[in-house]
Design a protein. Sequence first.
Length: 417
Amino acid sequence: MSISRRGFIGSAIAASVASGLNERGLNAQDKANSDAPASGQPFGTGKRPIIICANNGVNYLDGAFSFLKNGGDTLDAAIRVVKGPEDDPNDDSVGLGGLPNEEGVVELDACCMHGPTRRAGSVGGVRNIKNVSLVSKAVMEHTGHVMLVGEGAERFAVAMGFPRENLLTERSRKIWLLWKETNSTHDWWGPGLADPHWTPPSTPPQAALWKERIHRLEEHAARLGIEPEWRMVAIRRVLSPPTGTIHCSALNDKGEMSGVTTTSGLAFKLPGRCGDSPIIGAGCYTDQDVGSAGATGSGEENIKIAGAHTIIENMRHGMSPLEAGMDALKRIARNYNNDMNKLKFLDMTYYILRKDGAYAGVSLWEGYSDKPHKIAVHDGTRRSEVTVALFKGASHEFPPFPVNMPKELTQDSVYVK
Ligand code: GLY
């Protein structure tokens, strides 16, 4: 069945408002079947070993799972997964080829936690070093600190033998240029969504004007030399800067576990902006007694609820992985007084692994009907599973996009949350 995006979201919001925010959370899903994803498949078999990650890591799970099964360390296994997208110039949300800040400079964030030794490492705003997941591990192993940022983190990485390299691929540079030239008056300066006085545009430009704008963007993208098959991806990035990221948690047969999160952060951000990914307790948290969790999505929102730590504490106090994640999502909604006019511009996905191998993937919104949010899993069988969402439908683009997003702009094979 085809549903127009505006209609789909509108009815979802109406349903959520009418029925109360708990409808998609504990009432509808948890009470009936405490570990069932939206797909209807059973979540969380409790098998060990197991690795879970954001879906852009699915192609790297086989090697990491073999490594883990053969006795490899849990953090090393998790890093084997996230290093794949870090090294891939076509994944523009992580590492090499990540979309840059507003000045055209790629700045990367990462953190990790090693459950067996209860240690942590983190780096923020790192330039010129591709594998920041490994740099965060080096901070953990070779310093008495937990977090290094900016130039100091880069110098530390070079001292540890990491090569300096240009992380800005030609494609990402051209997408940034398209953004810069298109949004010269629309950027991240000024009050954000969380400002009490923020209001969405009240008089959206007519749909025809937006079609014309997209046409002009296509022409501009062609002039910049962006390949035809990348033009719609580039326009989507420009109109709706992504916060792509990858998280991975790994659990071995002995019950040891670790987690890692790495990202290039919000595209076209202010220089120096750190999201949730390098924040221990927000983008990633592992407690050897309980479980491991991580996040992708709106970093600012996740920092405010210490999402990964909140989820682990929820499980420590008896919630299932699904209940624990849903509670964290509801805290994000609470921070906006459950105002759907604001929540529709946010999204968040949590990847949750309990010490016994039970797991869940939850998200604020379902995603597009033909591209729902997914979690990737390997417990002997590699697969992707649809997350359980708090709200039906897909989030809106931010900054607000006042007409239905054309279908071709929603097709995006590269950036997969
Ligand atoms: N969640 C990634 C970021 O906001 O930077």
